[in-house]
Design a protein around this ligand. Structure first.
Ligand SMILES: [Fe+2]
Length: 189
């Protein structure tokens, strides 16, 4: 199997937008934290999260082929089938069966919610955010409306409560917020 460094190189070849690269990193970090909690393989979960959106630049607006194109690209590398299956499942090209598939399904939306919430804060930081403020954003349907609350609530598929899972996502991302373009004070604030 490819290692993390190789995954980083492959992704940057196909996905050039910094915001998308950050989303991939954030997904990888949440996946790694889930793996820690459930006793799964850290590298496998990290790499699945990191590569899941590799085709977003090349598919244009055709979200129907999203993930299928990604898997076509990734087939050429030494990447196990269970990772490719998880990537297919995250855009509903496959039923959710394995823990890895369920983990990617829930890690994908939750990092968007955490990052969007941090961006609303004066210090743009996850570190100063707590579960209560994140839950408020979760319940506010108009906030980051593209983030599926239902999909986040599917954290129950891996036996996480919603509170546990939101906290897990913050814990995963906070130490890396600089790499995610967060925690930067702006002069107007
Ligand atoms: Fe994604």
């Amino acid at each position: 199997m490819i290692n993390r460094e190789e995954a980083h190189t492959i992704l940057r070849e196909y996905l050039t937008k910094p915001s998308l690269q950050e989303h991939c990193l954030a997904t990888a970090l949440v996946m790694e934290k889930i793996a820690q909690r459930i006793g799964a393989d850290l590298d496998e979960y990290y790499i699945t999260g990191y590569l899941h959106d590799i085709d977003l630049d090349i598919i244009g607006d055709d979200m129907n082929i999203h993930a299928q194109r990604g898997v076509e690209i990734l087939k050429h590398y030494d990447i196990p089938k269970q990772i490719l299956d998880a990537i297919l499942a995250h855009n509903r090209h496959k039923e959710l069966e394995t823990k890895l598939e369920k983990a990617l399904w829930i890690a994908d939306p939750v990092n968007g919610l955490v990052i969007a919430s941090a961006l609303m804060r004066p210090d743009k930081s996850i570190s100063s955010m707590n579960l209560k403020s994140l839950k408020k954003k979760f319940k506010s349907k108009n906030f980051a409306a593209g983030v599926s609350r239902q999909q986040i609530e599917d954290c129950c598929l891996l036996d996480f409560t919603l509170d546990e899972f939101l906290q897990l996502a913050m814990d995963a991302l906070a130490p890396h917020e600089k790499e995610l373009g967060l925690g930067v004070m702006t002069s107007s604030e």
